[in-house]
Design a protein around this ligand. Structure first.
Ligand SMILES: NC(=O)c1ccc[n+]([C@@H]2O[C@H](COP(=O)([O-])OP(=O)(O)OC[C@H]3O[C@@H](n4cnc5c(N)ncnc54)[C@H](O)[C@@H]3O)[C@@H](O)[C@H]2O)c1
Length: 401
C-alpha cells in the first residue's frame, strides 16, 4: 500500500518513520529545504534518526516530495499539518485548507483520508470533506476518518506504537479501513462513535492539562503569600492514593499544543453558545505567570531591575527538547526587558534562537531558570549569578516559586 503523509514535521515524520516498515511512504511537505534534507537521510525531528530514514529510502519505502503529482496514486492520505492560532487568537485552518487542496487537486481515485492534525469537533465533517470535494476536479467519494495524534516529543516511555490511538470514520467502511491501516504499527486502537468525539477528546486532553497547570500556578502564588512551600504542599497532597493528580508550577505553558488547543475548544464552544470561561481564564493565568515571576525577581532585588544583567536559563518550552514554540521564556524575557534589564539567555540544547546564540552560563547579576534540561549542571546554574530564581523546582538552593 502507498501512503501520502502531508506535512513532515513532528507528527508526520514520526508516522513516516513508524509506518515505513509496512508501507511505501510519500512524505509531502511544502518546505523544499526539509524535503531535500529528508531525501538525503537527514532528520530535523528529535527522536527520528537519519539512519531510519536512510533504511526506508534504500529499501524504496520512503521518499519526501514537494510535488503534489507524487501523491496521485496513493491508497491513504494522512494530514499532519500545523493548526495554529491567527494573530487574533482564532483557529487557523489555512494549513489544513492547503493540505486539502493538495489532495483534492492531485488524488485521482477513491482513497482513505485521515486527519491527524488537532482541531475542533466538526473539522473533518464540515471542513475537510467539503474542501477536498471542492478542490477535486472530478467527483470522488473518498473515505474520511480522524485519528488525532497524541505523540509527546521527548517522551521515551510511550511512542506512536504504544500510545493508544483514538479513531473514527465518517462511515463504517472508513472506520474499518482506518483500523486496518493503524493496526500495522499501533498496538492499541480505540474506536469512538463519531469523528466529533475523537476531535473533542484530543482537545479535552490538552485542556485538562492547561487547566490543571493554571490551577497549580495560581496555587503557587497563594502558597507564597501564605508563607508555605508550594512544593512541600503538593508532595503532601500527592500522598493521597486516589482522587489527586500532581501538577507542578512553572513559568507558563509552551509548545504547539497546550497553549493552543484549549483555544480551539473555547472557540467552538462559544460558537455554539456555550461559555468557556474556565478554559479562557486558565489560559490567562498561565500567560500571567511570566509577569508574576519577574515581579518576584524584582522584589528580591530592591524592586529595580534597571541595567541588571539577567540570564534566562533554558528557553526550550520543556526540558530535554530543542523546541521553542510558544515558549514561556519569551514572555519572561519581554517582562524583564520592560523593567530595564539587559537580558541574555543560555540553552545548550536549543543552541540558536531568533538569530542569537546561547550565552555562557556565568557572569550574570541575576539568573532566572525557566527550563532545566537534565544535561545542565545544577551547581553551574547556582554559580552563574549571585541571585538565582528557579521556576522549575529543580535547582536546590535557589530562590523559587
Ligand atoms: N508536535 C506535537 O507534539 C503534536 C502532538 C499531537 C498533535 N499535534 C498536532 O499535529 C499537527 C502537526 O503538528 P506538528 O508538530 O507536526 O507540526 P510541525 O510544524 O512540526 O510540522 C508541520 C509540517 O507541515 C509542513 N507543512 C505546512 N503546511 C503544509 C502544507 N500545506 N502541505 C504540506 N506540508 C505542509 C511544514 O513545512 C512542517 O514540516 C498539528 O495540528 C498539531 O497540533 C502535534
Amino acid at each position: 500500500m502507498k501512503i501520502a503523509i502531508i506535512g513532515q514535521g513532528y507528527v508526520g515524520l514520526t508516522i513516516s518513520a513508524f509506518a515505513g516498515e509496512y508501507f511505501e511512504i510519500v512524505g509531502f511537505d511544502n518546505n523544499p529545504k526539509i524535503v531535500e534534507n529528508l531525501n538525503n537521510g537527514v532528520s530535523h525531528i528529535e527522536g527520528i534518526e537519519g539512519a531510519t530514514l536512510r533504511k526506508w529510502i534504500n529499501a524504496g519505502r520512503y521518499r519526501a516530495t514537494i510535488d503534489g503529482h507524487d501523491i496521485a496514486d496513493v491508497d491513504v492520505a494522512v494530514i499532519a499539518v500545523p493548526t495554529p492560532l491567527t494573530s487574533d487568537r482564532k483557529p487557523d485552518l489555512s494549513y489544513i485548507d492547503a493540505a486539502c487542496k493538495t489532495i483534492g487537486h492531485h488524488v485521482t481515485r477513491r482513497i482513505l483520508i485521515i486527519n491527524e492534525s488537532t482541531s475542533f469537533p466538526g473539522t473533518l465533517r464540515d471542513y475537510i470533506k467539503p474542501a477536498i470535494e471542492r478542490y477535486s476536479k472530478n467527483p470522488i467519494e473518498h473515505l474520511f476518518a480522524i485519528s488525532p495524534e497524541r505523540v509527546d516529543p521527548g517522551r521515551t516511555d510511550f511512542n506512536q506504537k504504544s500510545t493508544p490511538r483514538l479513531y473514527a470514520g465518517l462511515t463504517p467502511e472508513a472506520s474499518k479501513k482506518t483500523r486496518e491501516f493503524y493496526s500495522k504499527f499501533c498496538d492499541n486502537l480505540v474506536e469512538v462513535s463519531s469523528p466529533e468525539v475523537a476531535e473533542a477528546a484530543k482537545l479535552f486532553e490538552n485542556t485538562f492539562r492547561q487547566v490543571n497547570i493554571a490551577l497549580v500556578n495560581e496555587f503557587a502564588q497563594i502558597a507564597h503569600s501564605l508563607g508555605i512551600s508550594v512544593y512541600e504542599t503538593l508532595d503532601a497532597a500527592d500522598t493521597k492514593p486516589y482522587g489527586f493528580m500532581k501538577f507542578t508550577p512553572s513559568a507558563g505553558v509552551g509548545g504547539h499544543c497546550i497553549p493552543v488547543d484549549p483555544t480551539y475548544l473555547a472557540a467552538v464552544a462559544e460558537e455554539h453558545g456555550a461559555p468557556a470561561t474556565f478554559i479562557r481564564r486558565a489560559n490567562e493565568v498561565n500567560l500571567e505567570m511570566s509577569e508574576y515571576i519577574v515581579r518576584r525577581v524584582a522584589e528580591d532585588n530592591d524592586g529595580n531591575l534597571q541595567g541588571k544583567n539577567v540570564l534566562v536559563v533554558g528557553v526550550a518550552y520543556k526540558p530535554n527538547v530543542a523546541d521553542v514554540r510558544e515558549t514561556a521564556a519569551e514572555l519572561v524575557i519581554q517582562h524583564l526587558q520592560s523593567q530595564g534589564a539587559v537580558v541574555s539567555w543560555h540553552d545548550e540544547v536549543v543552541g540558536n534562537w531568533k538569530g542569537e546564540s546561547s550565552a555562557p552560563l556565568y557572569g550574570a547579576d541575576i539568573a532566572v531558570v525557566v527550563t532545566k534540561h537534565d544535561s545542565v549542571d545544577e551547581n553551574k546554574i547556582l554559580a552563574s549569578a549571585p541571585y538565582v530564581f528557579d521556576t522549575t523546582g529543580k535547582v536546590k538552593g535557589a530562590k523559587g516559586l
